[in-house]
Design a protein around this ligand. Sequence first.
Ligand code: ZN
Length: 239
Amino acid sequence: MALRVTVWNEARHEKTNPAVQKVYPNGMHTVIAQALTEQGFDTRTATLDEPEHGLTEDVLASTDVLIWWGHMAHGDVQDAIVDRVHKRVLEGMGLVVLHSGHFSRIFKKLMGTSCDLKWREADDNERIWVVNPTHPIAEGLGECIELEYEEMYGEHFDIPAPDSLVFVSWFKGGEVFRSGCCYERGRGKIFYFRPGHETYPTYYNKEVQKVIGNAVKWTGAPAGVNLTYGNRKPIQKSG
Ligand code: ZN
């Protein structure tokens, strides 16, 4: 059965900024969802301004991987929805956090750090180097992905050391950044992927689309046994 993916987008820049409307007339989520549908995933979208941000109990219960793009309205995401997504991640739902989602409430809650970084909007070019060639998220890629124009994100990136680091980015201005970071939390797998500033056509890039698809496969893979917790009698009788 195809993995069930929900692409969540705040979708506010697209409504208010003509420069973003020009690049993503129907929203970033539709471009990402289309690319994932073409890769064979069972894909749907959800946005901030829908009831319950489009992330009802039913939607999350039938989502194997949630993709998250947010920026200007992180503070508008309700506590109850953050807690609901957090619970599903610990239960085993995959989570792929894109670009400015580094400051989303769900990512900060899962990381436990400020998730702060350096940034600059100045048309830097970016090279995203594969530093872990055996990782499934790097499957089918070359040595590096080149993006002609992107926003710069620079170290230090205040995250816990990734369980696995797949990509490191270099920018024209001289900065570097850990741009592909894997985490495991409970039964859930999380992947943070850096590129995707709203004024650049990054999500039309085939290699970027490939990475997001690979990340869906990796974060959506069944994760181990069903876990139970709490007080317990001994399994083995003594004597
Ligand atoms: Zn940005």
